[in-house]
Ligand binder design. Structure first.
Ligand SMILES: [Zn+2]
Length: 271
């Protein structure tokens, strides 16, 4: 079962994006990334090899291509690929929108993303996620703590946006389940999620920024399968994670939001 799963993951990660809309090269160029027409110059395995020699930072532009390709392939809105200028431009329809879709987690299991996108009066984009917390740990004091961490997470996402398109992020503890984008259990014990079911009170603001990334339709960039199965095997970090730890969707401890994340999130306003 597990091996069948990896075969499928491999299959999904190796297919090219349907040839509609902008190419990866066109999308990535304004974002500082490097694509080669509708493909990526280096495969994930080649990038792992080079990163072990030279570190990750010199290869960041190439990692961005591999990860954006994976994200677009797995999105239920995968055929909607505006060029970067259009994706970041002020939409013609200025009303706030609820953006809904699924991302095929591990390449196979569709998991939802749900968030709002609107505009400030000065046309700055605003991205909103509201989360309702339930369970015995969801008391007043704990909800205040989680809101404070969500505020820090919004500053993390805003700081990264300045390199691409200044965007405001509003992450809120929802007061009613009906009005929320997601409803999750809050617990005091540690958990690895998933993001739409369980959150831990112990999570850092960075981890919360990573989980909110999933709610906004971003995939894990680390190799889920290897980390689950070989996490304690002593395998070198590069071979285990197979992603750029400078990216928050690779490493929630050390990473920051990357330019391709804002393209993935904001492009859906026009999809
Ligand atoms: Zn994750």
């Amino acid at each position: 079962m597990v091996f069948l799963l990896t075969a499928k993951v491999f299959l999904f990660s190796s297919i090219a994006i349907a040839n509609t809309g902008a190419s990866l090269e066109e999308i990535l160029k304004p974002l500082g990334g490097i694509g080669k027409a509708d493909s990526c110059p280096y495969s994930r395995d080649t990038l792992v090899k080079y990163s072990m020699q030279w570190g990750f930072a010199p290869l960041r532009q190439y990692w961005a291509c591999v990860m954006l390709r994976k994200n677009l392939n797995r999105d239920s809105k995968s055929s909607c690929r505006p060029n970067t200028a259009d994706a970041l431009a002020t939409p013609i329809d200025k009303n706030e929108k609820n953006l809904r879709g699924t991302l095929a987690y591990l390449g196979i299991a569709p998991m939802p993303y749900r968030y709002g996108a609107g505009l400030r009066s000065n046309e700055t984009p605003v991205v909103k996620v509201s989360v309702y917390f339930k369970g015995s740990a969801a008391n007043r004091a704990n909800l205040a703590l989680i809101q404070a961490k969500m505020n820090s997470a919004s500053r993390i996402w805003e700081a990264g946006s300045l390199k691409v398109k200044h965007t405001e992020f509003q992450f809120r503890v929802a007061e009613s389940e009906l009005a929320a984008d997601f409803s999750v259990n809050l617990q005091e014990a540690d958990t690895r999620g998933p993001y739409l079911r369980r959150w831990s009170l112990n999570w850092s603001s960075n981890t919360i920024a990573h989980e909110l990334g999933h709610m906004m339709g971003l995939d894990d960039e680390y190799d889920n399968f290897r980390v689950s199965v070989l996490g304690r095997s002593g395998m070198p970090y590069e071979k285990l994670m197979r992603c750029d730890p400078g990216s928050i969707m690779c490493s929630s401890s050390y990473g920051a939001p990357q330019p391709h994340h804002y393209y993935a999130i904001l492009r859906r306003r026009g999809c």
